[in-house]
Ligand binder design. Sequence first.
Ligand SMILES: Nc1ncnc2c1ncn2[C@@H]1O[C@H](COP(=O)(O)OP(=O)(O)O)[C@@H](O)[C@H]1O
Ligand SMILES: [Mg+2]
Length: 313
Amino acid sequence: MQQVKVNIAPGQGLKRALGIVRKLVERVAALSSREARALATLVRLRTRYGAVPSSALSRELRADEREMTKILNDLVKNGLARARLVRGEYSYEVTRRGLDSLAISWLISKGFISDLGERLGVGKESEVYLAWAPNGVPLTVKLHREGLRQFKALRRLRGYALNIGDWIEVSILTASREFEALLTVKRSGGLVPRPVVAHLNAVVTEYVEGLELDQVTSLGLQDSKRVLSDVIETLRVAYANGIVHGDLSPYNILVSEGDRRGYLIDWSQYVNVDDSSAQSLLREGVEHIASFFRRRFGLSVNPEELVNRVKGG
Ligand SMILES: Nc1ncnc2c1ncn2[C@@H]1O[C@H](COP(=O)(O)OP(=O)(O)O)[C@@H](O)[C@H]1O
Ligand SMILES: [Mg+2]
């Protein structure tokens, strides 16, 4: 049997990645409960003010202005908030790092995770970290960022008055959509990382030890057939529940180490089956995957037939 080479830690850039992780962990560890409350309040009040005037924040938190100024200065110094002068008064906004830190500190305080590990992936739209539950089980934390893909996917949501200028709202909504899709697909028996919890822009799931399909250079016939059929079966389960994965690619399929199953990840771009783009997204996605399996592993597959299987035919 041919071996799948599994490297969890990407050698390249690992040092850099660890540096960044340490910074995030340190920032969270250094966050006092008053700072966390101030950050959470900035997040909450942004829909009313945009940048929140420090006087409004003091009133809301019943803190005196001097104390508030000290907290806000520390948040700014640590890159968790930024200050703007609005009509002569300093007003404050949460930065992306601030939102990440707030989400992580909540996950820790509620006992969902006890530690963060290396950064597993970084893209324009998210950062994914290894983490551990208090009982030692490895998990992943995906921190969503605002991005063009999100805007495109969310614009399709009918009847939702989304303020796409509000990156915090977009990031939070994207995380909750991904979590909902994972829950739905997992409950119906699809092969996705088990969802644990979502909070703010963070989604916590089971950690799947393995490789992105794109990095798998050799896979026996049986294994490659199994991985493909796992993916098709998961797409079928999703479809039966009204969900089409919006971003099907070899980067979003994880081949688990050992049993070599195909896990489908990255569900935040999903569309509903009745969406005008759903059928073409499904067809193009399946064709993309099929041609990858043909080229990389020599599987002869008929995309038409696979699409029919997904639709329950
Ligand atoms: N549950 C998981 N287990 C192991 N690795 C994961 C998991 N989720 C994500 N990753 C790693 O992080 C990368 C980025 O995750 P993904 O959900 O695809 O986010 P993005 O939107 O940035 O592409 C993946 O390609 C994979 O390498
Ligand atoms: Mg991805």
